[in-house]
Ligand binder design. Structure first.
Ligand SMILES: [Zn+2]
Length: 526
């Protein structure tokens, strides 16, 4: 029996590990690599095995870096099933088609750009002069149906005509819809048959609605083996979902190999308890300035946690009650998924909301914005309010339009509640905003490029770290030490190399046997 590590190896995205026994091949997650567009596209395009050999996929949770390549698998002769928890399947119903839609629009846009540039070059070489503004306008008109809608048929036709290289999406919305028919969902703590003399059991991982720590029990050569895959491990004492599991059933306790994440292998987070007072402070300050709070937020998880905490603050009259707008159709759908799975909430959520007959995510001041027209109208709203919109790192989505309208005014606040990766607009706003603040707002404010135009960053910039969905170093140690698992060996994945290696050192000093596999490395389970 062995495990081969194909993705999220000395990096964070692209989770994918293959368990091979005498009879079966079980894929643990089938995630998408994310990052710089070209590099990620290259890594995502080809699966490192023939999909026909995979018995089943065990999916730890719905995040795209764990689930995003399933449509690629199911559109190429995969004959197994995708096994996951009920909320994970429900969330994938929206996340996978949304991921496909983003890839289709990206491909269309790149194709539009290459056709546009070829047509413009042809015009200019006709006369040996740069193409005129009028000619460029005509080209754009030819390639677009309306101002925001590309004419995909014309673009495709011209790509074929001029034999240009066309960009294809990794998979289409139709592929994603088809992938969903492969999903089988199960409750937590319930053994599921996934191969010959092989079961898997899901336990709460505390990371996101539906997230699971998986224990796979397998038999080979008259011996039992237990493989545990942590997926992403959440923090303790966070609102809504249960904490990471510490008590596993006895048959699952002896672990031959634990495959464990290490996103924050060498970092410590702000305490969870500080989250509410920090949010309260930001809301009060902005309200006193008669400003608006813009919160860039991931549609799945972060948005619902925010709504939960805001609901509590509003119910206890701890903050001024400005209206809250969730301006993201995807977040609206996923909030509904959260509402439909109270069986996975923690006790506190039951006590605070459900037993009072309340839905944690719905209250008087919350408004869900659907149509583009309503979103545009909200951009122009002057009265103080709160907007929660995607994307969480300001790389696209409706948050960009809210920023365009609100960034120049020092009354407003841009509040970050999630990690801002390098090379994103979110990171630039956060870093330059902080610096400007530190300088005492001296001189001209930094200029921020949003949708190809520059805007002065006058709005206040704040961030709250306590919302993180990943355990920090101490919380991972707590999981290992306080759980009843008896672990023979740990393979560390899902962390940048420095974080993975640092966690390995920490665990070795605690007496664990640890490896940090490289990409494509196979580890024998014995
Ligand atoms: Zn995750």
């Amino acid at each position: 029996m062995n495990v081969t590590f194909y993705g999220a190896v000395r990096e964070v995205t692209g989770s994918m590990h293959l368990l091979t026994t005498d009879y079966d091949r079980i894929l643990m997650d089938c995630g998408m690599f994310q990052g710089r567009r070209k590099e990620a596209a290259e890594k995502n395009r080809v699966l490192p095995f023939d999909p026909r050999v995979i018995t089943n996929v065990v999916l730890s949770h719905a995040h795209i870096d764990h689930s995003g390549r399933i449509p690629l698998l199911t559109s190429s002769d995969f004959a197994g099933r995708v096994i996951c928890t009920r909320p994970t399947a429900a969330a994938c119903d929206f996340l996978l088609p949304d991921s496909a839609h983003i890839q289709e629009s990206d491909a269309n846009y790149l194709n539009y750009k290459s056709v546009r540039s070829v047509l413009s070059q042809m015009k200019s070489s006709d006369r040996g002069k740069k193409s005129t503004k009028r000619e460029n306008r005509a080209i754009k008109k030819l390639l677009k149906k309306t101002r925001h809608d590309l004419d995909v048929e014309t673009i495709d036709h011209l790509i074929r005509k001029y034999r240009l290289e066309s960009v294809r999406p990794l998979y289409t919305v139709a592929d994603a819809e088809q992938a969903l028919t492969y999903f089988d969902n199960y409750p937590y703590r319930h053994p599921i048959s996934i191969g010959q003399e092989m079961t898997c059991t899901f336990y709460d991982a505390g990371h996101i609605l539906g997230s699971a720590i998986t224990v796979i029990r397998a038999q080979e050569n008259d011996r039992h083996y237990n493989i545990c895959y942590s997926g992403d491990i959440g923090r303790f004492d966070k609102p809504i979902i249960k904490d990471p599991t510490l008590d596993f059933v006895e048959e699952d306790c002896n672990i031959d190999l634990l495959i464990m994440e290490s996103t924050y292998g060498d970092r410590l987070h702000e305490p969870v308890q500080d989250l509410k007072p920090r949010l309260k402070e930001v809301l009060e300050d902005t309200y006193n300035r008669k400003g608006t709070v813009l919160i860039p937020s991931f549609a799945f998880g972060r948005t619902q946690e925010l709504l939960y905490v805001l609901h509590e603050l509003y119910d206890n009259n701890e903050v001024p009650r400005f209206p809250i707008y969730v301006d993201s159709p995807l977040a609206t759908k996923l909030t509904k998924v959260f509402g439909e799975h109270p069986e996975v909430y923690d006790e506190e959520t039951h006590d605070t909301f459900l037993e009072q007959g309340k839905n944690p995510f719905l209250f008087d001041q919350i408004h869900f914005i659907g149509s583009v027209e309503d979103s545009i109208a909200l951009n122009k709203e002057e009265k103080p309010h709160i907007v929660v919109a995607a994307s969480g790192m300001c790389e696209g989505g409706r948050i960009l339009h809210h920023l365009r309208y609100k960034i120049h005014n020092s009354r407003n606040t841009i509040l970050f509640v999630g990690y801002q990766a390098q090379h994103t607009l979110g990171r630039r706003l956060l870093e330059q905003g902080r610096e400007y603040e530190k300088s005492g707002r001296k001189g001209a404010p930094p200029l921020m490029k949003i949708l190809n135009k520059e805007y002065p960053l006058n709005a206040q910039v704040s961030d709250i770290g306590g919302f993180s969905a990943h355990a920090d170093k101490n919380e991972m140690l707590r999981f290992l030490k306080e759980s009843n698992l008896r672990i023979k060996k740990i393979a560390i994945v899902h962390g940048e190399e420095d974080q993975a290696l640092a966690l390995a050192e920490t665990l070795k000093s605690e007496g664990y046997s640890v490896i940090v596999p490289r990409k494509g490395e196979m580890v024998r389970v014995q």
